[in-house]
Ligand binder design. Structure first.
Ligand code: GLU
Length: 550
């Protein structure tokens, strides 16, 4: 086809496209950013499910843009309209809000490089495709499903590369007359790129995470526009990343094999190639087989981003966990830097794992414990009350009507060198504090005391203790009162004395403390007992002792 024929063909195929490529380019000028600033994008498809790998992607986009003084934008990739699920955008929005990693620009917040929804950019893509047709770099392909299937079967049989290329690209050199004829007969067509690739050439991806990966060059005449006039994902995202000036494409490593295709599209279109960072998938040890496998939607509830909120796992904890996953040196830094946010840490692609990343729920728990141990009792109260308001109205009522009591309880052993680490989730706030509330404690005696051995309690001794109890006592006074109680009632006032002479005592001071703990809390383990007793007060302690028969 000569130049005039190509111009004519372009007009026939895209009569409504009046803009030119240059006009579009002018609308998307270079961004004015400092040297080294990264422009990243989170580009989800609206499938109605957001998994923790998607969250990791958005998290990385957010962190790397923020730390370099760049831009993080959101783009909805909906060219595959069959995958669209109602409510998908709301889910993406609320997840990004929950984790406080909102993009600065894009589909939810607008900006100068939009529209940020691919289905609203049809004219832009078609402008570029029209331009490719004019320049003889793309062509309409009328091959039917059956013809493609036949080619494929032959290729499989002969163990050749699968796809439309070389001798199989039958429509590459159709004349204008032949094309017109087919169009007249209403034959369906797609647009394919004319791949200049050769099967013995290679290309090398300089991946920011994985290093250099060499792959065969693309030689397939890939589809760039589907029958419905919408571009394929491969084509659309190359155009978008170019016009929106993405500097760094951060995406899952399932996209590595597509790199030669994307590189070639950039080259044909004359675009600057962005940098790529392909991160490894999240994996776990399969409970049944013991093998390491990818996280799965079907098997692992923690794969879904919605799981964390419902389970009461704080968003901050999840982000700290993601930080440990993405940078191998983060955890050590976090343990040493007690008063810093994850954003104070300098993230780097070089410290990202190159193979599968183990998603260890135990580690998530531990990091959440550390997180909770570093925030104030008031903050825990406020954050957890939001959780209970939504997920457990009964406890919400109890906690809000006992606000001061709960905060005092949460404050026990919080401010010292080794703060308590009994809380990993908001649910734990309830589980660890329930015995503090008479509403709960007196509801079910059996349940309240299910953890302890009721027969080992010296009830008379506890009544004697009640007589000397004073809720204003500090820890030392409290302890010395118990020592006196021990001496006066046949118990050793120290474990040392008891060990030296076990037969002459009923037990030792520790046993008395345990008895008090058991009777008053129903638990084997609690934070500092004297603090708990002071918060509960004499009347409440008396009621609990009265539970036991004399
Ligand atoms: N829309 C693609 C997906 O949801 C995004 C891939 C990319 O980040 O380039 O998988």
């Amino acid at each position: 086809m000569n130049e005039n024929e190509r111009l004519e063909l372009a007009e026939i195929l895209f009569p409504n496209i009046k803009t030119t490529r240059d006009e579009i380019e002018k609308k998307y000028p270079e961004r004015e950013l400092n040297e080294g600033a990264k422009v990243t994008r989170y580009a989800p498809s609206p499938t109605g499910f957001m998994h923790v790998g998607n969250l990791e992607s958005a998290f990385l986009d957010y962190v790397f843009a923020k730390q370099s003084g760049g831009i993080f934008y959101l783009r909805f990739e909906d060219t595959d309209q069959e995958r669209y699920v109602e409510g998908a955008y709301d889910l993406i929005k609320s997840s990004l809000e929950t984790f406080d990693i909102m993009p600065t620009e894009g589909a939810l917040s607008d900006g100068n490089y939009g529209p940020y929804v691919q289905s609203e950019r049809k004219e832009i893509y078609q402008t570029y495709i029209k331009d490719l047709i004019i320049n003889g770099l793309a062509y309409p392909c009328f091959m039917t499903k059956e013809e493609l299937q036949e080619i494929r079967e032959g290729q499989e049989l002969r163990k050749e590369a699968i796809g439309v290329y070389g001798p199989y690209a039958a429509d590459r050199d159709l004349s204008l007359k032949e094309i017109k004829e087919k169009l007249k007969n209403n034959e369906d067509y797609v647009i394919r790129i004319k791949s200049p690739g050769k099967n013995d050439e290679t290309v090398t991806l300089h991946d920011l995470i994985k290093g250099d990966i060499t792959m065969p060059e693309n030689m397939i005449d890939e589809v760039i526009m589907k029958k419905d006039g919408l571009p394929t994902y491969h084509f659309a995202h190359v155009i978008d990343d170019h016009l929106m000036h993405t500097t760094t494409v951060i995406r899952g490593d399932e996209w590595v094999p597509s790199y030669p295709k994307h590189l070639q599209l950039c080259q044909i279109l004359g675009f600057k190639v962005p940098k790529y960072a392909h991160y490894a998938p999240l994996t776990k040890k399969d409970e049944e087989t013991g093998n390491i496998r990818k996280l799965s939607k079907r098997k692992d509830p923690e794969f879904s981003v919605g799981y964390y909120e419902e389970a009461g796992i704080p968003a901050e904890g999840v982000k700290l966990f993601l930080s440990t996953i993405v940078n191998t040196n983060f955890e050590e830094w976090y343990l040493q830097n007690t008063d810093k946010s994850y954003l104070d840490f300098q993230f780097s692609f070089k410290k990202m794992p190159t193979g599968g990343t183990l998603f260890d729920v135990e580690k998530l728990n531990n990091i959440c414990r550390t997180y909770f141990s570093r925030i104030s009792a008031l903050e825990i109260y406020e954050k957890s009350s939001k959780y209970f308001e939504k997920y457990d109205k009964d406890f919400y009522k109890i906690m809000t009507s006992n606000k001061d009591k709960l905060i005092s309880f949460l404050d026990i052993e919080r401010n010292g060198k080794r703060p308590r680490k009994d809380i990993a989730t908001y649910k734990d706030v309830k589980d660890e504090s329930l015995y503090m509330f008479s509403e709960y404690f007196f509801e079910d005696k059996e349940k309240a005391y299910s953890e302890i051995d009721k027969n080992s309690v010296d009830v008379e001794l506890l009544y004697k203790y009640l007589e000397v109890f004073d809720s204003n006592d500090d820890n030392d006074t409290w302890y010395s009162k118990i020592q006196t109680l021990a001496s006066e009632n046949g118990y050793a006032p120290s474990t040392k004395e008891y060990k030296n002479n076990p037969d002459s005592f009923k037990g030792h001071i520790g046993d008395i403390c345990e008895m008090i703990r058991h009777v008053v809390t129903g638990k084997n383990q609690t934070p500092n007992l004297s603090n708990i007793l002071n918060i509960l007060g004499k009347e409440e302690i008396k009621k609990r002792i009265e539970f036991f028969e004399r």
